[in-house]
Design a protein around this ligand. Structure first.
Ligand code: GAL
Length: 673
């Protein structure tokens, strides 16, 4: 059984991607000295070094990596060793040009960037297996080795290849998934627009077509591309397990970045020994710490609640957005410790030393271009100290309050073309509901729609367009047995083939919600409606309205204007022991907050009074105790009520009653008892 914790790592992980191949050897000694100064406990090495390790086919140069690993080991720094299979050397591509992936329009990518891989290509698979085997044979029991880091961020920047090898591979995948061409015809509804196939051999990837292609085919191609990348991960992982037994194998995910939606991380989470994630702040004007919290909660959920590890985030600015602000003083620590609060066993960065050359030279690093006389370096050293002070939290688990149903496959389906409104965006609704829960200071577990929900007092379904019959039964049973459910519009519409469920909308949710939806009525751009409720409540909504027909549900809020004026906007249905809410329009944050307040009441969740907005409070608990993390994202000092007295680990001070939380600060209290 491979271990799930980095071998020999006795502290929280702190460090980053270390690319010594970009520097002369005399810098390496200085690196290790500085790592010790900052309290670095682990670095990720070798992720992009295939061209150096195998300069010509079958010719290897491991000498430099031997010296790097030995130096790190002498310095007490553990190693997360990369298999460099995300960038094969140029000689490989010149010998096998068809290993470069092809876009939908037939353009083949060129060598010269990274991640240009056709995962169906047999030569790529053989070469990747070979270099992985060589590395495992050489370093499988190296004393510095803590874990294996396979590839880098599968799914980006190329999420799918459309070449002829992939076409053949796709047909094999379809044969396994469906058996016969008739079954494919049925699933994809090829009777529409005369798309019927008579032989699996006739089927190609969904390449460029004159207008919208077959949605079932497009959805299956996303599944195929995801499964194909996973096959290659498994191939490398199995080699490492065989040759380097007991050492955990991971690959770094990007769970919550909407630009990286091509992997079904529920499936990937089951394949890795330890879930690791990369997270970068998207500075689009929204509160970045909310997206960060969502990423961390999603990653922990993919890990089944078990400890996971933040493998990359940025010390300060990135360099791949249109505008890349530096992090504010203290923000690096708040970001890092927010991930830790939500289950990460440390905080790692991209990257250790800022590159002087190449595409990412303006991306911040732990050792900036300006060296150690910089604010970033001082904050890095300080963060190393903070993580040391938190060592005893290792192995504890984050406590969640509510569940949000989440499914990548539903998201893929929802993003296909020709929907009732392009303004409805499933991810936007997921973010908005998450933000409303965050603002109520509730910690979220994400849950697959078919997973056991019985332990969750409140389950929120922000946008689950694709829902299987099994998921519908699961959710209905949950309500009958006393759960509280909140469902947002355009959920439960299609099955796993993007075919609309039989009968009225919302197919498998009708019984739980006690209603049907006769018709969608999306709004024009900029158009708004008001919804009104008891006690003069009035909220703004936009994007979407519906003609809802209650069958047992009571109307709580009503449309005040628009085509649906006078009809139900928000409903509540008592079923068995539980309650199911439905919201048929896009409520703004005030409306969402009011709705979730009512639902939380039904679920018996007490309001978290006394906590200001943007003061984040999260608990981890386990054998070593219960730890309350308090993070102040505001510029104002705050007080956080403590349920028990305790010891604050970063200052060493005793705390009781109301914990003083200075502006921008983080505090972690081990509660007594
Ligand atoms: C990550 C990637 C790193 C580096 C980083 C910063 O997505 O894994 O190699 O590129 O972004 O841009």
């Amino acid at each position: 059984m491979p271990d799930t914790t980095p071998r020999g790592l006795t502290r929280l992980a702190f460090g980053g991607d270390y690319n010594p191949e970009q520097w002369p050897e005399d810098v390496w000694r200085e690196d290790v000295r500085l790592m010790r100064e900052a309290g670095v406990s682990m670095v990720s090495v070798g992720i992009f070094s295939w061209a150096l390790l195998e300069p010509a086919p079958g010719e290897y140069d491991f000498g430099w990596l031997d010296r790097v690993l030995d130096l790190l080991h002498e310095g007490g720094v553990r190693v997360d060793l990369g298999t460099p299979t995300v960038v094969p050397p140029v000689w490989f591509y010149r010998a096998h040009p068809e290993a470069l992936p092809v876009r939908e329009d037939g353009t083949r990518y060129e060598f010269g960037s990274r991640g240009a891989i056709c995962h169906s290509n047999a030569d790529y698979r053989a070469a990747a297996a070979n270099i992985t085997t060589r590395l495992a044979e050489r370093y499988g029991d190296h004393p510095a080795l803590a874990m294996w880091h396979v590839h880098n961020e599968y799914g980006v920047p190329v999420s799918a290849c459309y070449c002829d090898s992939c076409a053949a591979h796709f047909r094999r995948w379809l044969a396994t998934a469906y058996g016969t061409v008739d079954a494919v015809n049925e699933a994809w509804g090829t009777a529409f627009w005369g798309q019927r196939y008579t032989d699996l051999e006739q089927i190609n990837p969904p390449r460029v077509t004159p207008t919208v292609g077959n949605p079932g085919q497009a959805l299956d191609y996303r599944r195929f591309a995801d499964a194909t990348a996973r096959e290659n991960f498994r191939m490398e992982r199995d080699i490492l397990h065989r040759l380097s037994p007991g050492v955990p194998v991971t690959t770094n995910f990007m769970t919550a970045l909407s630009q990286c939606d091509s992997l079904d991380y529920w499936a990937w989470g089951r394949e890795v020994d330890l879930v690791t994630n990369d997270h970068y702040l998207i500075t689009d004007g929204r509160r970045t710490h909310v997206n960060l919290a969502m990423a961390a909660d999603l990653t922990r959920s993919v890990a089944g609640g078990a400890p996971w590890l933040l493998l990359e985030h940025s010390p300060s600015g990135v360099n791949w957005q249109p505008r890349n602000p530096a992090k504010a003083p203290g923000q690096m620590a708040r970001n890092s410790l927010a991930h830790v609060a939500r289950g990460s066993e440390g905080a790692m960065f991209f990257q250790w030393r800022q590159s002087r050359r190449g595409a990412e030279k303006f991306h911040s690093a732990m050792v900036p271009h300006g060296g150690t006389g910089t604010r970033v370096w001082r904050e890095v050293v300080e963060l190393g100290g903070s993580l040391d002070a938190l060592n005893e939290i290792r192995g504890t688990r984050t406590v969640a309050d509510v569940a949000v149903l989440w499914d990548w496959q539903s998201w893929w389906a929802q993003n296909l073309d020709w929907r009732p409104s392009e303004d409805h965006n499933a991810r936007e609704r997921a973010d908005a509901f998450y933000e409303a829960l965050y603002d109520r200071h509730l910690t979220v577990d994400f849950v697959h729609p078919e997973a056991d929900l019985s332990a969750c007092p409140l389950v929120v379904v922000p946008a689950l367009y694709l829902m299987t019959e099994a998921a519908g039964r699961n959710v209905t049973r949950y309500v009958e047995n006393g759960g509280t459910l909140v469902v947002s519009y355009f959920s439960g519409i299609v099955d796993e083939h993007d075919a609309v469920h039989d009968g009225a909308y919302p197919g498998p949710l009708r019984d739980a919600l006690g209603l049907t939806v006769e018709e969608f009525s999306p709004l024009l751009q900029g158009e708004r409606v008001r919804v009104t409720g008891p006690g003069g409540a009035e909220f703004d909504a936009d994007v979407w309205t519906e003609f809802v027909v209650p069958h047992g549900a009571e109307t709580v809020w009503t449309y005040a204007d628009g085509l649906t004026a006078g009809r139900p906007a928000v409903t509540r249905h008592r079923l068995g022991e539980g309650t199911a809410w439905y919201v048929s329009t896009r409520l703004g944050q005030a409306g969402l907050d009011a709705l979730l307040g009512r639902a939380a009441e039904d679920a018996g969740i007490a309001p978290r009074d006394g906590l200001p907005r943007d003061v984040e409070v999260v608990r981890r608990t386990g054998e070593s105790g219960t730890f309350l993390f308090a993070i102040n994202h505001t510029a104002t000092d705050a007080k956080v009520p403590l349920e028990a007295p305790g010891t604050e680990l970063l200052t060493g001070e005793r705390a009781a009653g109301r914990l003083a939380l200075p502006a921008g600060a983080v505090r972690v209290v081990r509660l007594d008892g």
